[in-house]
Design a protein around this ligand. Sequence first.
Ligand SMILES: [Zn+2]
Length: 259
Amino acid sequence: MSSGDLIKFLGTAGARYVVSRQLRYSAGTLIRLGGQNIVLDPGPGTLVRLAKSKPAIAVTTLDAIILSHGHIDHSNDVNVLIDGMTDGGFKRRGRLFAPGDCLEGENSVVFHYLRGFLDEIVTLKAQSDYRQGDIRVSTSAPHDHGTETYGIILDHRGTKISFMVDTRFFPELLASYECSAILVINLVRDRPHESGDVRHLCVDDAREILKAIRPRKAVLTHFGMTMIRAKPWVVAQQLSDELGVDVTAASDGMTLELH
Ligand SMILES: [Zn+2]
């Protein structure tokens, strides 16, 4: 990693209640790595949070957008970002990485008229490798989340930065994230939902994940209401103390410098 590399959590909201009330911003995550500017999962407000960042991040400097899945809190701003990053199509540039469900079929989320504005649209498949500049972009095994969903693993010069996005926990999930130096976990719930039917991670899942993977640094984000009530920074501290792993709870606008 080189100087200037960072992850900026433009928003940290997960799930409907927190997103719809904007208790936390629902913007996506900016990753600046190896000279590439990548936005992962541009939820509602991503364009606004880029523009209002200090210093502002010009949408025209984005090189790639990655969608892990098509849920609205992950994809709402994809169209306006494509329009922005290409100057309304006047400057053909940039790439979009997205699972097939985001691109074709009744739940596709990318307007057809914008697609030709991009240099390339890459359809993500499970456990596959792609490139963006000198970053290897890999997908995890399919997540259990009700729609086609992949975690995203970025490998830059041998350092793995992984984004374990929305999923229900299952033991086979772990293999995709082995050897992550930095692991970002979408931790929506404090406890499992009573119905057993909510396909999101809870704190007990995060504990199992961190015990198994032991990244150099873990960041929790994408909080639903039960996590907001539990105070994410308290949960992070408890996990750090218990496991001896450096765990941080993201806050809106938090920048993690990578060096
Ligand atoms: Zn989702």
